[in-house]
Design a protein around this ligand. Structure first.
Ligand code: SAH
Length: 246
């Protein structure tokens, strides 16, 4: 069943009012009718089963039939630090990372990022990525919508370290085995994990040296070189496979 996200302010007594793009989607794309049902999740992670009772102007009014005990979120919080890749690769990575279960995303500028962005195009990009993540969250029945933060520089990650138990820096020239690192994460019950993925041209050795610290550890994803979009999704999947309680 289709799911939508709302703010708690859209709940009025036992009704929920859906507006704007989501209302248009329900009426025009999904062609829902009165009495059809949808799932709605609010900011406090409550999910409701709702029945559409009225199409009014551009809004869709639903009645709450019941509160559901659904939480599709993982016990592991993963933040993706993704160096900016060319063309529409970032759209693809963020959409898939959302489906897999990422909690937060930082687009990152590193030495070998070739995409040039000024302040205006940056804001536009981040808005676009947040829209993509929003749609992917609905489609994959997430309970929360991951946030795409403003673009940061690679070195800024050092200042964010305290938010994480560990940050894995995917570096193809390292030989630290991911399995071993994930065993350590499991043993120490790490729940807050960051991952850093380089751009198409990879990282400079100087960048890796600069980042290395107690919290940031380089890891290898195996003997083969993956494209940046493959590396992010492979690493995310591996972490969830090893650490998520299902
Ligand atoms: N340095 C290479 C490849 C970069 S691949 C080049 O010059 O073309 C893009 C990014 O994916 C890398 O920066 C790294 O973060 C990640 N990656 C790809 N394959 C990897 C592997 N086998 N182990 C760890 N990280 C990998």
């Amino acid at each position: 069943m289709e799911k939508f996200f709302i703010n708690t302010s859209q709940i009025i007594n036992n009704n929920i009012i859906i507006k704007n793009e989501d209302a248009k989607h329900i009426a025009k794309v999904l062609r829902k009718k009165v009495n059809d049902e949808i799932y709605v999740t609010d900011e406090e992670k409550n999910t409701y089963l709702c029945k559409i009772i009225l199409f009014k102007d551009h809004d869709v009014v639903c009645e709450i039939s019941g509160k559901l005990n659904i939480n599709t979120e993982s016990n592991i919080d993963i933040t993706l630090f993704q160096c900016i890749a060319k063309y529409d690769k970032m759209d693809y990575i963020f959409q898939k990372a959302t489906e897999i279960g990422v909690k937060q995303i930082y687009p990152v500028v590193s030495n070998r990022v070739v995409v040039k962005l000024d302040d205006k195009t940056m804001t536009k990009k981040v808005d676009r990525w947040n829209k993509i993540v929003y749609e992917a969250s609905k489609q994959s029945q997430r309970t929360i919508i991951p946030n795409v933060e403003n673009i940061i520089f690679l070195k800024d990650i050092c200042n964010l370290c305290t938010n994480y138990d560990i940050i894995l820096l995917a570096y193809e020239q390292d030989n630290t085995n991911l399995k071993e690192i994930l065993k350590k994460c499991k043993k120490n019950e790490f729940k807050n994990i960051g991952i850093i993925i380089g751009p198409e041209g990879g990282f400079d050795i100087s960048e890796v040296e600069l980042l290395k610290c107690d919290k940031i550890v380089p890891v290898s994803l195996g003997k083969r070189i993956l494209r940046t979009e493959t590396a992010s999704l492979a690493l995310l999947s591996n972490i969830f496979y090893e650490l998520e309680d299902i």
